[in-house]
Ligand binder design. Structure first.
Ligand code: FDP
Length: 343
């Protein structure tokens, strides 16, 4: 009897040391005057992500693939999982009581909650729509702002602030495992969900984006529509110059979260530049570019729109688009030099 018991492995492996909650609570204890509301907000976001992850895993079995038949504010056909993920985030955040304002890719206008919550949360509930039905990695992206006056009635214009005002940003990556990457302005930390426990555990703390990489990520199908500067950058990065570390390898999943995550860990560059079809770029500033830019800068990387720092752009509308170039500082600088004609 005692022999068989001694062979039962411990329920939690030694790597399962720090949960996302432990991590956020430690940050709260270190912040004088913290009320616990921010910690609770992040716990609610993590809950929404775990619910979405569980449905993403069952999508093919639960009749959750395909389209709802509706068209969203971006003029795109809404997929069932997009709609589901949006509903989960909106419900969980509204019930948290911490959000005065919620903005989503799937909602036409920012929503004001019925109570004066302290925070503004902006999100893309399910990023990488074209990969949803293909079992290819997709994600959720979110950005958090603190309301400047939490006692006043919430106004949708409070969402229109530059990314440098963010107090937290993160993304979930629904891949072979579910990851949550989070920054509250003190470095970038990666948590992996243990599906048996239903909890995120810290697996990489203080991630740093290497100063230079060897991979580039861009939809080359848009080549003919790019400016001459971007075309020159593209020819340069593919050029054969072994002593300068070129050509770079090419990777493109087509889900921002997956392409950005690889770039964050391995270095290199992800680019969705402006082109003749999308002169303002394709990706959305407030809930795609800003949170990613915040994370990359926190990890020692960079994010620009071709010339300007993403986090300095003053937004004028909720769904505004921007070109987005992010990655290793040296690689982003090389892109800037080509696209502005300095090179
Ligand atoms: P998708 O259109 O599939 O939703 O957010 C939009 C986005 O995906 C990003 O995730 C991705 O990086 C990009 O668009 C892919 O665009 P292309 O299909 O034009 O390459």
């Amino acid at each position: 009897m005692s022999d068989s018991i001694s062979h039962i492995p411990p329920p939690v492996s030694p790597t399962h040391g720090t949960t996302l909650r432990d991590h956020v609570l430690a940050g709260m204890r270190a912040a004088p005057g913290a009320t616990g509301e921010f910690t609770s907000l992040l716990s609610h976001i993590s809950l929404a992500i775990r619910i979405i992850a569980s449905r993403v895993r069952q999508a093919g079995l639960a009749d959750l693939l395909g389209y709802t038949g509706e068209i969203n504010v971006q003029g795109e056909a809404v997929q069932k999982l997009d709609a589901y993920a949006n509903e989960v985030l909106v419900n969980v955040l509204e019930r948290s009581g911490h959000c005065g304002i919620i903005g989503s890719e799937e909602l036409e206008g920012a929503r004001t909650a019925g109570h004066p919550g302290k925070y503004v949360v902006l999100f893309d509930p399910l990023d990488g729509s074209s990969n949803i039905d293909l079992n290819v990695s997709i994600g959720t992206i979110f950005a958090v702002l603190r309301r400047q006056d939490a006692t006043s009635p919430p106004s949708v214009n409070e969402a229109l602030r530059p990314g440098r005002d963010l107090i937290a940003a993160g993304y979930a990556l629904y891949g072979p495992s579910t990851l949550m990457v989070l920054s509250t302005g003190q470095g970038v930390h990666v948590f992996t969900m243990d599906p048996n426990v239903g909890e995120f555990f810290l697996c990489q703390s203080n991630v740093r984006c290497p100063p230079r990489g060897a991979l580039y990520s861009v939809n080359e199908g848009n080549h003919a529509r790019w400016s001459p500067g971007v075309q020159n950058w593209n020819a340069w990065i593919k050029g054969d110059a072994k002593d300068e570390g070129r050509p770079y390898g090419h990777r493109y999943v087509g889900s921002l979260v997956a392409d950005a995550h690889r770039t964050l860990l391995k270095g290199g560059i992800f680019a969705y530049p402006a082109d003749k079809k999308s002169p303002k770029g394709k990706l959305r500033l407030l809930y795609e570019a800003n949170p990613m830019a915040f994370i990359f800068e926190q990890a020692g990387g960079a994010a620009i729109d071709g010339g300007q720092r993403i986090l300095d752009i003053a937004p004028s509308t909720l769904h505004e688009r921007t070109p987005l170039i992010l990655g290793s500082t040296e690689d982003v600088e090389a892109f800037r030099a080509f696209s502005t004609g300095a090179r």
